[in-house]
Write a protein that binds this ligand. Structure first.
Ligand SMILES: C[S@@+](CC[C@H](N)C(=O)[O-])C[C@H]1O[C@@H](n2cnc3c(N)ncnc32)[C@H](O)[C@@H]1O
Length: 186
């Protein structure tokens, strides 16, 4: 199973109809559409992307999926500002890092903003909520960013979260998945 499908499976197990959820990197809208279907018309998706082309592609995908416009808030903004829009509690936050497929490969997520956004996302996540991060190591900066994500996840694990890492041990540098689940602090 591809890591993006594994991410969907993890999120599916933690999100309910009517939840508020976040897509931190809307891109071509696959994850936004997945989340909108999962939370249904009573729920809400907040989706971030810094590129208008990504938000346009996401709008088209949502319209094709017959998702009501008011179910999804699309923000042309960095996820580094996530805490200004989301104070919690949310059922899931999905990150799919890197660049917009078929577009400018130099416009990528960056370790500093990603880690800041992960911190805000973790704060907003409810108990038993899921944080999923698909990381790529093939582009410049991708390996450093993946390392930063794994360090963030391991520090949350040390505080009691469940952590699953898949694919990061592969030597070919393909995509890998980091999934954290929040638990009640003892
Ligand atoms: C791999 S794509 C996301 C794929 C998407 N989740 C999907 O399902 O189609 C990565 C996206 O992250 C966006 N991005 C880069 N830096 C960002 C940032 N600081 N905040 C939010 N999005 C960012 C890029 O513009 C790109 O569209």
């Amino acid at each position: 199973m591809r890591v993006t499908e594994q991410a969907h499976e993890a999120v599916r197990g933690a999100v309910y109809a009517g939840d508020i959820v976040i897509d931190a990197t809307a891109g071509n809208g696959h994850d936004t559409l997945f989340l909108a279907r999962l939370v249904g018309p009573e729920g809400r998706v907040i989706a971030f992307d810094i590129q208008e082309a990504a938000l346009a592609a996401t709008r088209v995908r949502l319209a094709e999926g017959k998702i009501a416009e008011e179910s999804v808030l699309l923000l042309r903004e960095s996820h580094a500002g996530l805490d200004r829009h989301v104070t919690g509690p949310v059922g899931a936050v999905m990150f799919n890092l890197g660049y917009l497929p078929g577009s400018d490969r130099t416009c990528t997520t960056t370790p500093g903003e990603t880690v800041r956004a992960l911190g805000a996302a973790w704060k907003a996540l409810r108990v038993e909520g899921i944080l999923s991060v698909v990381c790529y190591r093939g582009h410049p900066g991708g390996a450093d960013e993946t390392g930063a994500v794994i360090r963030f996840a391991q520090s949350r694990k040390a505080d009691g979260a469940s952590l699953t890492i898949s694919g990061c041990e592969e030597l070919h540098g393909g995509p890998c998945l980091v999934v954290l689940r929040k638990h009640e602090r003892p």
